[in-house]
Ligand binder design. Structure first.
Ligand code: BGC
Length: 745
């Protein structure tokens, strides 16, 4: 544990002192019970604990009494404007101090209009797109009275078994940082006082995605270097973009659960980073300190959680029940309580709630937002990743072919993804609807289910085989159901369920060309007929416009432009797998992939089947070797790396040009490659473009042996590439500083 530097302490004190006087005046009038109320968030009893395990709930009358007594700071995930309006009316008009409530919700990938799941959207490699969908979601959610979203989830996820990878931006730190910041900007807009902005929440702090065995909620044990280099930077990016709140994570790190970790919440978050926003506990995570075995009872758990730096308790009621006594006994200093309450009142003030508590609560529920449909379609199109397209099977012609659409995802269901608590009333576009709408003659489409998601369907295989035989091309819609990824949805085996694999084998045996449309919330280990299909599209959970977006890509109205934000391993047993791993002492030589005593499995190559960053378009893009402005990068200088790319194909395409580096020799092992930049470029047939990236020493830093940020001079490799395993390499030398360099990052 490190001590907070004095300079930072002064900063924190100064920002607290700078709180508007009205907040201090209000604080001075509050009883301890009212103060604790500002730190207590609940699900409204009228709608219950949507999307979470049930807890002990008060009666509606008791909750109204709590509102009148100022014992509740706000509600989360409640449905309907009318319920919120009534609660706000009570809080503002009938409580002693009239402090407005704050309404929160898991607005994760859209609200009424459902956008692609965050992992899918990360596959667009366009943070600007994520900013736009977050903005649209905020517009819809604030019209329903919500001013706080529990998003973005910025957890790096490198173990595909973990179900919650679907909620984040994948395995890479650089990509994760861009998406974290973009989503915060989208939700929070330019000014939180505007009616259509919501507080963003960077969650789950921290290292939740590093759960051992990919098992949700499981223990985490990692070095401070990993924590600071991999898991914390997306949080810093989210807060750097103005993120106003942070949510704790359920896991422990090296024995200390986040809710009881003052080093994480106080020393790092508030001290080092100067964060002056609000920390909210994850759902009942304070109470879970008892099950973790670090708190003896609820009182102990409340004390630990609060003193670690968790401002708001979610749903457990532990603060409400125990903080007053803890303050009375002196175990929790009043000054600490005041600091936390001040932070909460300040975010309410920033939102303009004191001035206009009824804003967004005066209308009726609005369930459809047709003006956001085009964005949903664009986001869905751009999230699709084409892994393979042998013999240029795609795009398909819109006329002249008989098409069989086969699989458990051919018709409705399982389109939206795991965090869809508030879907609009207009049904999402299914694959069948989308393909039919695109065809010149819709009667040329046959649709057969063939199998359930994880059990065989009676007569399914024979119907599927008959449909395939009668078609010129098969679209095989297989993968995971919505209930197979998300919270508490870890899997030991990331393969396709056996029933669907059997369907794929039977269909492939007809010899008809197969296009796999993969439905998934994580990287999957593809096998047999699925892996070997002529064309493979990763279509995730794409939301409201799924069918149209998939058809747009299938029939070539748009070229696929998504790239994998997670590596697809060959075998389930390879996970956790990620591209930016340190080199071993026994790497497998490229010239002798079968050599023994090397870091390889006996039964499989160790590389990914499809690497991070991979994805094809309908062009044929050629990369020239990277061109460097210099071979030496001066300590205080810049180096330009230029990638010239040419579309030698006959169709328009969008390429995502990626920049990777490797530090060849350092005082600690450095990843075999690390993403340091990327750029999208549209290339008509025959067109060339030169993309230039600029590197400085700040792009080459890491956490040194002493735990401090450092940059070390020396040789670096650099690639401009279409994926984490493609491209050609060049190298440069980072020159030493003319003064001393250690810690000068
Ligand atoms: C999840 C959070 C979510 C919260 C409230 C928890 O179980 O971990 O991500 O925001 O519930 O629904």
């Amino acid at each position: 544990m490190r001590f907070k530097p004095l300079a930072t302490l002064a900063l924190v004190a100064a920002s607290a002192a700078a709180a508007p006087p009205s907040i201090d005046a209000l604080l001075a009038r509050m009883t301890v019970e009212e103060k604790v109320g500002q730190l207590s968030l609940f699900a409204p009893v009228s709608t219950g604990t949507v999307g979470n395990p049930a807890t002990r709930q008060p009666s509606a009358a008791e909750q109204r009494d709590d509102l009148r007594a100022g014992r509740i700071t706000g509600f989360f995930n409640g449905q309907g404007v009318a319920i919120k309006r009534e609660a706000q009316r009570i809080a503002v008009n009938e409580s002693r101090l009239g402090i407005p409530l704050l309404f929160a919700a898991d607005v994760i990938h859209g609200f009424r209009t459902v956008f692609p799941v965050p992992l899918a959207e990360a596959a667009s490699w366009d943070p600007g797109l994520a900013e736009r969908t977050a903005r649209a979601a905020a517009v819809e959610a604030t019209a329903d009275g919500f001013r706080w979203t529990f998003a973005p989830m910025v957890d790096i996820a490198r173990d595909a078994r973990w179900g919650r990878g679907v909620e984040g931006s994948g395995e890479d730190v650089f990509l994760g940082r861009q998406f974290a910041a973009a989503r915060v900007r989208g939700f929070q807009g330019t000014d939180l006082a505007h009616a259509d902005t919501m507080l963003a929440t960077a969650k789950h702090f921290a290292a939740y995605g590093a759960a051992e065995g990919g098992l949700d909620y499981n223990t985490v044990d990692l070095s401070e270097r990993q924590l600071r280099e991999v898991y914390l930077p997306p949080f810093q990016a989210a807060l750097g973009a103005g993120g106003a709140t942070v949510m704790t994570s359920f896991n422990d790190i090296a024995g200390v659960p986040s809710n009881a970790n003052p080093w994480l919440l106080d020393t790092v978050l508030r001290g080092e980073w100067g964060f002056d926003g609000v920390v909210v506990s994850d759902y009942t995570a304070d109470e879970e300190l008892i099950a973790h075995g670090v708190a003896a009872d609820a009182r102990d758990a409340a004390r630990l959680s609060f003193l670690a730096g968790t401002d708001i308790s979610m749903q457990s009621g532990l603060y409400r029940d125990h903080l007053p006594a803890l303050v009375a006994s002196g175990e929790v200093p009043m000054a600490r309580l005041d600091d936390a309450v001040r932070r909460v009142l300040r975010i309410k003030q920033r939102l303009g709630l004191f001035d206009a508590p009824m804003r967004g609560l005066d209308g009726a529920d609005r369930t459809d937002w047709p003006e956001h449909r085009a964005l949903a379609r664009e986001a869905a199109q751009r999230s699709i990743v084409m892994l393979k397209n042998d013999g240029a099977l795609l795009p398909l012609p819109k006329a002249g072919q008989r098409i069989a659409l086969i699989g458990p995802f051919a018709r409705g269901g399982d389109l939206l993804g795991p965090w869809t608590l508030f879907p609009g009333t207009r049904p999402p576009v299914t694959l069948e609807d989308g393909v039919r709408a695109a065809l010149a003659d819709p009667s040329r489409l046959t649709v057969v289910r063939g199998s359930n998601i994880d059990t065989p369907l009676r007569g399914g295989l024979s119907a599927a085989v008959a449909a395939a035989r009668g078609a010129d091309v098969v679209l095989l819609a297989v993968g995971e159901g919505e209930a197979m990824s998300g919270e508490a949805r870890s899997r030991t085996d990331i393969s396709l369920p056996a029933a669907q694999q059997a369907l794929a084998e039977a269909v492939a045996a007809t010899g008809k060309p197969v296009v796999v449309l993969l439905r998934n919330g994580r990287a999957l280990a593809l096998k047999g007929a699925v892996r070997d299909a002529r064309a493979l599209l990763v279509t995730w959970f794409l939301g409201s416009e799924t069918g149209h977006a998939v058809a747009d890509v299938l029939f070539g109205d748009t070229s696929p432009s998504g790239r994998l934000p997670v590596s697809f391993p060959r075998e389930p047993g390879q996970v956790p797998y990620h591209y930016a791993h340190p080199p071993t002492g026994r790497p497998v030589p490229a010239s002798q992939p079968d050599s023994f005593y090397k870091a390889r499995y006996l039964d499989s190559p160790h590389e990914a089947l499809y690497p991070f960053g991979h994805g094809l378009g309908y062009g044929d893009v050629h990369y020239d070797p990277p061109l460097l402005s210099h071979t030496r990068l001066p300590w205080d200088g810049t180096l330009r790396v230029t990638a010239r790319v040419t579309n030698r194909g006959t169709r328009d395409t969008t390429e995502v040009v990626q920049l990777y580096v490797r530090d060849r020799v350092a005082s600690v092992t450095r990843p075999v490659r690390e993403l340091k930049g990327f750029r999208q470029v549209h290339l008509p047939p025959g067109a060339s473009e030169s993309i230039t990236f600029t590197l400085t020493r700040h792009d080459l830093g890491f956490v040194g042996r002493d735990g401090q940020p450092t940059v070390e001079p020396g040789d670096f490799d650099v690639w401009t590439a279409p994926s984490a395993s493609g491209g050609t390499v060049a190298s440069f030398l980072l020159e030493p500083s003319t003064q001393h360099h250690v810690g000068q990052r």
